[in-house]
Design a protein around this ligand. Sequence first.
Ligand code: ADP
Ligand code: ZN
Ligand code: ZN
Length: 699
Amino acid sequence: MRREISVLVPTPAYSRLSGPLTYESEVDVPPGSLVRVPLGKRDTLGLVWPANAPSSTHPASNHALKAIHSVLHGIPPLSTHWLKLIEFAAGYYQRSTGEFAMACLPPSLRDLTMLQWERKLARRQPATPASQPTLQLPPLTPEQTQVLASLAQHPGPFLLHGNTGSGKTEVYLRRAAMVLEETPQAQVLLLVPEINLTPQLEARVRQRFAHLGDTAIVAMHSAMTPAQRLNSWLAAHLGTARIVLGTRLAVLASMPQLQLIVVDEEHDPSYKQQEGARYSARDLAVYRGQLEGAQVLLGSATPSLESWHHSREAVSGQAAPRYQRLSMPSRVGDSALPVLRRVDMNNQPRKTLISAPLLSAMRERLGRQEQVLVLLNRRGYAPVLHCGACGWKSECPHCSAFRVFHKGDRTLRCHHCSLTQAVPRACPACGNQDIAVLGHGTEKVEEVLAEMLADVKRSDGSPLRVARIDADSTRLKGELVKQLAQVHDGEVDVLVGTQMVAKGHDFRRVSLVAALNPDGALFSADFRAPERLFALLLQAAGRAGRDAQLGAAQACEMWVQTFHPTHPVFEFLKRHDFAGFAAQQLQERKQAGLPPFSFQALLRAEARSQAAAQDFLNAAKALGEARLPAQVTGLFVYPAVPMSMQRVANVERAQMLVESHSRKHLQQFLTAWQENLQALRAQHKAVLRWAIDVDPLAI
Ligand code: ADP
Ligand code: ZN
Ligand code: ZN
């Protein structure tokens, strides 16, 4: 008997064909099965969708239904939970379900023919049998013991607020071991912001769980080859992988026996996807945990204010907090947290890059064979080249940004559109031979420090080594791992870097960390800037003094050079008082009606002219307000404005903020709006792209 089958196919992002299509089949094909179906003239991968989905569309209602070409055998259907997760995420982030589902499957799954597919499955390695764990583990600290007891007793979700070096990673690993031991099939998902930044962690996980066999742990991130990604995905889907260690995209991996999701450094902005479907892996992790009955553990030394707010103390008469908060305030081995030293740059000679007191503190540390970490959030040599004679500056012709001077290869580079040109010998506007640099980046700091410290020798008499880690120094594959290893091995004495060096590394001999110029973020228009700055500085400080023996000799230090030494951010930093900082910020946000006390979405548009982009947005505003769903109240649509990076690669960008006190009302509005926008866009031919960003991180 012929039956009708609903199948999701890769539909365009905001297509009207957002639901599944109907095909026919001779045999019954259960939901979640992967199939190959005809779509137009192509043969494409499809996902069988539950039949009662309301939006099933017939490709052409008065034509005969097309038949499914084939079913990908040998691969069990995706679980109902997974289909539900996809449906929720696509709906919440306002994307078509077909596009979203296909983006969650490994790309090469789409491209393999039936024959290649069968060969692939036949070649799969069998799971290696597990043996008994043999590692000798150190005794837990009292705080770790207490946290693990709570994890064993309560369902969660949890927010683990543990200081840098308090042993959070150890908690994740122990909890994972417990879950895997309790249930023979259980799977654990361990999410990290960027795997490449923490090669140590992957090694630590593999070593800890070596007894499960080497096929039991797989990585999942976007830097893997298509073949590797397919292998990891299959291992997770078939259950041979017991632990998946991955970046944000792994939150959407198929893991039929998922029992635990850990989100390490949960505050990290890289959990938010910034292109295509703009989902938050952290938020989806919480949803997924609830859906599948898996325990969710978010962890950070500097939690996002959203998560901090969701784990506030319960107040009777108010809604119960969503997360249970667990705390580990002490560092393992009682190594002390660094002492904050502020240099008031108002009292320093003009154009000081490294102040005298900071330099002498560095010398002292280096003289004791300790390491120094210098943080500056700007790569390149200098952010601008400038002609004193005519006022020319190294603007990018295609972007509203300056091209950055890179001394290493003597180029001017735009960090937004990648335009790269040789540095001009003379001013391109007036011919003046004497063009100067304005400001400084990591490359310059590296050069200046090497000069300033040229007379300091290592214990064996050899010169000091100053190194730099940023996106430029690590462009080549494998370079970052190599450079980090050199720091760990003590080959590097002074490490200069961008925020890349502040994240998660367990540098043992660093005893002084310096932030050279953090002031920019203090007065930014972005309401999240103080939160990010505080997290960055506290995390950077956390790289110092991780070796208790080092700390005992002399307290380690965090230096900040600032023109605003009495700014509250630094007062809280001095006391390592995350809770105090968070309370103050949340108070301000509450008064201003900002997240987490309100809910936001952005509508963005790109066009060749700013007017065209804004016209579309303002028309969208009028349309949205005119067709406001009846139940939606207290929703505010702001006028369109240029984005702060207004022009990139000759494309003008504009955005519009939508805000509501209710997540539900915002969702209802967006869903209705999105459908109207598809039609509206057809009238605005000059618009190149548009997108909705729900819960945006930067406004
Ligand atoms: P965090 O993730 O909170 O920064 P880690 O889990 O990386 O902290 O722990 C910091 C250091 O302390 C690591 O080198 C780790 O091996 C070590 N460590 C963690 N827990 C213990 C323990 N119970 N006993 C001894 N050392 C520990
Ligand atoms: Zn000039
Ligand atoms: Zn550019």
